[in-house]
Design a protein around this ligand. Structure first.
Ligand code: NAD
Length: 503
């Protein structure tokens, strides 16, 4: 039994919560019906933020502003180089406010502050990368269609984009979408999660300061079922870029289908790390602990399944347990914390429910297993469940908490079958020094990303997204701006038209 946590209250706890208003047409406004939402810090328990709570009327105003900015404003019409300069300025301003943004994300989501700093630094890099893509976006030309014909294929911005994001990486995920939409010349309505909206509102201020014209980026906070749903259904929205659960992703796609909007979906994951006896087992054990418990397991890419060869399972698990015991759980604002608070008490109960169910089905809890007592906030100890079999819910469903399920295998074919035996297909990892083994796994898993002898690295240059029910489309990578464009084919004919129809 681990000692209860003694969480100290940060300075924010003694003042009034920070207030945020909606950003519509370049102005900060209250919600039409005057309602507001409160967010409690999950690590400390006090009310940290209050946001104006939008409904479908506010969404309509935000979409109208974005539509006007798209139809008649300067943003889609300016040179891409000018848009790139604004994005670069935004990146500089984000960098200058990195500490402030990281603190907001840590306070609202419960993630460790040191990790949050890394995420905001990563976001700065993405904004800069998007600026570079703005300038290199191009279409095609066809001069090989005969002397009289020139074919030109343009990339035009798709229009108003609804961007809907989850709570687990509040600033990073909006940064995987918005700069690319802006680079293409689109305008946007953005809805952060109702639990972690503060850093997205701060981004709104940054963008206005960087020179993004009024109406180009509009930000609405509120509940998914009314605000998110209205952003998807609105007839003036041309594209929906959604990151969140597979359940809501399906609802969103079904609604977007009514008006045939373009959709991009980044959804859940149930990712496996496969460990072979010839791998660097020390590094693999660290990666197993990192994969399972990073961001308290509230991570689409979490390596929530450890699939380990039976010959090394016992020794390897002993190493993983030893490292797990050293993982520091505690105050998100403490620099040394590795695992912070869980996003909500409901979510903590859901995650604990998976562990209890696994115990009932024969799983053995080797570490953690329950809520960690604390004077404030809600915490869960890193948990390892061994003896997991493929049919168990904990092996197939996205637990989204600091819970590592351990399965074992005898042959590479069995390892691949286990890894692929889930409706998800986001990512996977393999640990081996044998190139054939690595290649067989890398080619055999049905996932959008495979890490070979490393885990959960990310670069703006590399596309990211899921196979199967983990999503649709890819973010990042050199084609990321193209996602926010339509192709237009123009055929230029020289001289008199040939091949008349009637004659
Ligand atoms: P969620 O699906 O509950 O919510 C995501 C967003 O959708 C929130 O802003 C929410 O308010 C909104 N929403 C809810 N109902 C809606 C509706 N009916 N119509 C439109 N919008 C609606 O997800 P969450 O709990 O915030 O986030 C966790 C999930 O996100 C996990 O499943 C995780 O795997 C996934 N995720 C995926 C990636 C990825 O890149 N693949 C990254 C991060 C998180």
């Amino acid at each position: 039994m681990n000692a209860p946590l003694n969480i100290s209250m940060p300075s924010e706890a003694s003042g009034a919560p920070k207030s945020y208003r909606l950003l519509i047409d370049g102005k900060q406004v209250e919600a039409v019906d005057g309602r507001s939402l409160e967010r409690r810090s999950p690590g400390h328990g006090f009310v940290v933020s209050r946001y104006a709570q939008a409904n479908e009327k506010d969404v309509d105003l935000a979409v109208q502003a974005a539509h006007k900015a798209f139809e008649s404003g300067p943003w889609p019409r300016m040179k891409a180089g000018e848009r790139a300069n604004v994005l670069l300025k935004a990146a500089d301003l984000i960098e200058a406010r990195l500490e402030e943004i990281a603190r907001l994300d840590a306070l609202e989501s419960g993630k460790p502050i040191a990790q949050a700093r890394g995420e905001i630094g990563g976001a700065v890099d993405i904004w800069r990368y998007a600026a570079s893509l703005a300038r290199t976006l191009s279409g095609d030309s066809y001069a090989n269609l005969g002397d009289a014909m020139l074919g030109v294929v343009l990339r035009e911005p798709v229009g108003v984009v609804s961007i809907i994001t989850p709570w687990n990486f509040p600033f990073l995920i909006v940064s995987q979408k918005l700069p690319f939409a802006l680079a293409a010349g689109c305008t946007a309505v953005v809805k952060p999660s109702e639990m972690t909206s503060a850093s997205t509102f701060l981004l709104g201020d940054v963008l206005l300061e960087a020179g993004v014209p009024a109406g180009v980026v509009n930000i609405v906070a509120g509940l998914g079922a009314d605000v998110g749903a209205a952003m998807v259904a609105h007839p003036s929205v041309e594209m929906v870029s959604f990151t969140g659960s597979t359940r809501v992703g399906k609802l969103t796609m079904a609604s977007a289908a009514n008006s045939l909007k373009k959709v991009s979906m980044e959804l859940g994951g149930k990712n496996g790390q496969i460990v072979f006896p010839d791998g660097d087992l020390e590094a693999a054990a660290d990666a197993a602990v990192f994969g399972g418990f990073f961001n308290a397991g509230e991570c689409c890419n979490a390596g929530s399944r450890l699939i380990v060869h039976q010959d090394i399972a016992s020794d390897f698990l002993a190493a993983v347990r030893k490292l797990t015991a050293k993982v520091r759980v505690g105050d998100p604002l403490d620099d040394g914390t590795k695992v912070g608070a869980m996003i909500s008490t409901d979510h903590l109960a859901k995650v604990s429910g998976y562990v209890s169910a696994a115990k009932g089905e024969g799983g053995e809890v080797l570490a953690g297993g329950g809520a960690r007592a604390s004077n404030a906030g809600q915490y869960l100890d890193p948990t390892i469940v061994s003896g997991v079999t493929e049919g168990m819910a904990i092996a197939r469903e996205e637990v989204f908490g600091p819970v590592l399920s351990v399965l074992s295998f005898k042959t590479i074919e069995e390892a691949l079958r286990i890894a692929n035996n889930t409706p998800y297909g986001l990512s996977a990892g393999v640990w081996s020094r044998d190139i054939d083994t690595c290649m067989t796994v890398a080619r055999g898993v049905r996932t959008g990303t495979v890490w070979v002898n490393t885990f959960m690295d990310g670069y703006p240059e590399l596309p990211f997204g899921g196979y199967k029910q983990s999503g649709l489309g890819r973010e990042l990578g050199r084609r990321a701006v193209e996602d926010y464009t339509e192709e237009k084919t123009i055929q230029f004919h020289r001289g008199q038209r040939t091949g008349w129809w009637v004659g």
